[in-house]
Design a protein around this ligand. Structure first.
Ligand code: IPE
Ligand code: IPE
Ligand code: MG
Length: 246
């Protein structure tokens, strides 16, 4: 690295990485298979991403698994994704726990089956006191839902007299936004080639760096993850200020 771009590098990498895991359907289609084959293949990529995050000591990893708009998909696909979610919670949580990972499901879980909701609660409770990676799975999550949900809670407190209108500011809104107690999102990675947020984290990505790759989610691996981190490390984050040494 020459001295001219030294100021662009970070001594520490991203603390909180969020991933839009897109491209499962196209991956399957390329192989002449049905879409759910792609979702199944994507599970291995989830394992790879989690393992990489643990190894590189990222503090939070947030994965977009199911958006509030994904209910628009064919009933069969939605049903399969729900079953996959139940299956994974059943089979993987012990492993997460063994690795000191703390699991949090973000999103409106009230629309899920009783069984799934119970399983979510149980999994979160089991890993509650773990101190390693914070693994957040966004399920029936929407960025607009998150902000609306925060506002609702604030108005509830105003209604019962525990908060006044003048108390509403960015900090109070933030206090009711998902993952507010974790590090700020530094880097968002989207696989699958689309250049959009698709109602993923909105409030939380105010100053995140965005990284887009054409790699389809089932093809995601450590090299792709490392490339995203290397790209992040080359960015200069100015937060509205001016470039250092300028
Ligand atoms: C992302 O892959 C997985 C989910 C939304 C659950 P897609 O299913 O959106 O795959 P493409 O975008 O159709 O290829
Ligand atoms: C975003 O992907 C949601 C998840 C990865 C869970 P989509 O495939 O649903 O997004 P759009 O429809 O291309 O915007
Ligand atoms: Mg998609």
């Amino acid at each position: 690295m020459n001295s001219s771009n030294k100021s662009f590098s970070h001594s520490i990498g991203p603390q909180h990485v969020a991933i839009i895991m897109d491209g499962n359907g196209r991956w399957a289609k390329q192989r002449g298979k049905i879409r759910i084959t792609g979702h199944k293949a994507g599970i291995d990529s989830v394992r790879i991403a989690v393992r990489f995050a643990v190894k590189t000591k990222i503090s939070s990893l947030t994965l977009y698994a199911f958006s509030s708009e994904n209910w628009r998909r064919p009933e069969k696909e939605v049903k399969f994704l729900m079953e996959l979610f139940v299956f994974l919670l059943d089979n993987e949580v012990k492993n997460l726990h063994k690795n000191n990972i703390k699991l949090l499901i973000i999103g409106d879980v009230s629309r899920f089956s009783e069984r799934l909701q119970k399983q979510i609660q149980k999994s979160q409770e089991l890993t509650e006191n773990n101190t390693g990676l914070r693994l957040n799975i966004a399920a029936n999550y929407g960025g607009r839902w998150d902000i609306t949900n925060s506002m609702k809670q604030i108005f509830e407190l105003i209604k019962i007299g525990q908060l006044s209108f003048d108390d509403i500011n960015e900090e109070t809104i933030n206090n009711y936004i998902c993952m507010h107690s974790q590090k700020n999102v530094d880097l968002v990675i989207r696989t699958g080639g689309e250049h959009r947020i698709s109602n993923f984290l909105l409030w939380q990505v105010a100053y995140a760096e965005l990284y887009f790759t054409n790699i389809l989610w089932p093809d995601f691996n450590e090299v792709v993850f490392q490339n995203a981190i290397d790209a992040f490390n080359q960015r200069e984050r100015r937060y509205g200020g001016v470039e250092s040494n300028f």
